[in-house]
Design a protein around this ligand. Structure first.
Ligand SMILES: Cc1cc2nc3c(=O)[nH]c(=O)nc-3n(C[C@H](O)[C@H](O)[C@H](O)COP(=O)(O)O)c2cc1C
Ligand SMILES: [Mn+2]
Length: 477
């Protein structure tokens, strides 16, 4: 069964886990994560222990899915898979996922410690302040908010940010249209409280599904089972009956009452900017806290994308955009890369040009398909000789093959939203797009000056012959 502690052991065996002792929950652990990510290629999973002011064993785990190997491990793929192959495999898999219902178990280590009523204190856990201007300590970043549709009965699991207000209450930010929000709105329209359970530490497959688009009415636990091929184990919350992962380290049960709001935020968002000043958002009134001995809380610091912990979002979205191009009938797409540093704002495509207009067609569709449209800004299309996962090559292609007057196309009044830092309030959710066609112009592509870089064959040949020298003196690639 999926278990966070076993997962951490496996990651340790991969050589991608580090433990940091004595960091402060107040900005230090998130800043250390940012520094580690900027300096390390591997971007290891990090477990913080002996956090200042807290007992040893009360841990925070971050950066869990920021390497391809750990993402593959989490999804039941071979950790040695390459970026390109991962995208290809996810493209195939995502089309045929058959949800597998979670398996109910009767007991779980989660209930080793139970607090109710006056004994509840959410700050018994080393909840971080993640960013300097955050409005509070956010317990919910890598969290699972579990709710039930009061009319249809299905259970949703979503990741929504949660800020601590006090000992037993916290603010829950759910945007309009999100499944948990719909469940809340339906209950509140009837004047009823929304029963809720939230897990704060669990196997990362849970976070992966709770924070990505899963179809309406599909339970995220079942979707996770469909990805890995193994059903998740869940245990019913004693107060709400809502399913909580059986490996959960920390969870709460409670309710969200109608007309119970408090100011929440600001919070450093995935765009790399603070967003939503201090809206009044609903309050979770906590009725019970459960936790394992020596609990591990999972966190997703939402670093600036360029010092990112968001690789998995990019890889998975790349596959979805590629599938959309396929379904729209665009041929010969060679690769799609939703660049991690671009947040959602930039997508790069490589195509093998087949006919006049092919490049524009591909780029327009990539910019407007479901997975590429929201908060998009730039779509860059290049020829197939460019390695689009390598930003240096992409910059070279834009610089040398595009002509600003001919190659840039602007689309106006496209789908944006309040998280876009570059739209004025008066723009009401609309933004523009640019397509940068950095392919060789179709009409004279054969006459385009030949690239002077060594051909792939020549490079492979020389690299093979000089392998031991290069490995020793320069390091493996
Ligand atoms: C760290 C993190 C925090 C998030 N916070 C919020 C949030 O506060 N509100 C929100 O509506 N979506 C938030 N999201 C996005 C949702 O998790 C995502 O849209 C998910 O698909 C929602 O699930 P649902 O489709 O079941 O509603 C967050 C995502 C991540 C990774
Ligand atoms: Mn959902």
């Amino acid at each position: 069964m999926a278990d966070l502690r076993t997962w951490l052991d496996d990651v340790n065996k991969l050589g991608q886990l580090i433990t940091v002792n004595n960091a402060d929950w107040d900005l230090e652990l998130s800043t250390l994560t940012e520094i580690i990510n900027e300096r390390s290629k591997v971007r290891p999973a990090i477990v913080f222990d002996k956090i200042k002011g807290y007992p040893e064993g009360y841990r925070i785990a971050v950066n869990l899915l920021s390497s391809l190997q750990r993402l593959a491990l989490t999804m039941g793929m071979d950790p040695k898979i390459g970026e390109f192959d991962f995208v290809q495999q996810w493209r195939r898999q995502v089309k045929t996922i058959q949800p597998i219902d979670p398996r109910k178990v009767k007991s779980a280590p989660l209930f080793e410690n139970v607090q109710k009523g006056a004994d509840i204190d959410l700050l018994k856990f080393p909840v971080p302040r993640w960013h300097e201007l955050d409005g509070g300590r956010y317990i919910g970043t890598d969290d699972l908010v579990v709710t039930r549709d009061p009319e249809e009965g299905w259970v949703n699991v979503g990741t929504y940010r949660i800020m601590i207000h006090g000992r037993d209450h916290m603010g829950l930010h759910m945007s309009p249209g999100k499944h948990g929000r719909v469940h809340r709105d339906k209950n509140h329209a009837e004047g009823k409280a929304l029963p809720i359970a939230v897990s704060f530490g669990h196997h990362p497959i849970n976070f992966l599904v709770a924070s990505t688009d899963v179809p309406n009415r599909v339970n995220e636990y079942a979707y996770a089972g469909g990805i890995t091929g193994v059903p998740l184990d869940v245990v019913d919350g004693p107060l709400t009956g809502l399913p909580i992962p059986a490996d959960s380290e920390i969870a709460i049960e409670g309710e969200v009452l109608p007309n119970d709001f408090m100011p929440e935020g600001p919070f450093g968002e995935w765009t790399g900017y603070y967003a939503s000043n201090q809206p009044a958002v609903p309050v979770i009134r906590v009725k019970a806290v459960y936790h394992r001995n020596d609990p591990i809380m999972c966190g997703f610091p939402l670093l600036k994308p360029s010092s990112g912990d968001n690789l998995h979002f990019s890889l998975m979205r790349s596959a979805l955009i590629w599938n959309a191009l396929d379904e729209a009938g665009v041929p010969d797409v060679q690769a799609v890369w939703a660049h991690p540093s671009g947040g959602r704002f930039m997508t790069v495509l490589a195509i093998k040009q087949r006919y006049p207009g092919h490049a524009r067609q591909a780029a327009m569709i990539a910019s407007q398909c479901r997975s590429g449209a929201y908060l998009g800004r730039y779509v860059i299309v290049v020829d197939e000789d460019i390695d689009i996962t390598n930003s240096e090559e992409v910059i070279w292609a834009i610089s040398s093959r595009s002509d600003p007057v001919e190659s840039i196309e602007i689309l106006r009044r496209c789908w944006s939203g309040p998280l876009d830092p570059r739209i004025a309030v008066s723009d009401k959710g609309l933004s523009s797009r640019a397509i940068i066609d950095a392919t060789r112009p179709y009409e004279w592509r054969d006459k385009f000056p030949k690239s002077s870089g060594a051909s792939r064959e020549l490079k492979d040949k020389v690299a093979g012959e000089w392998k031991s020298f290069l490995d020793q003196k320069v390091g493996a690639k």
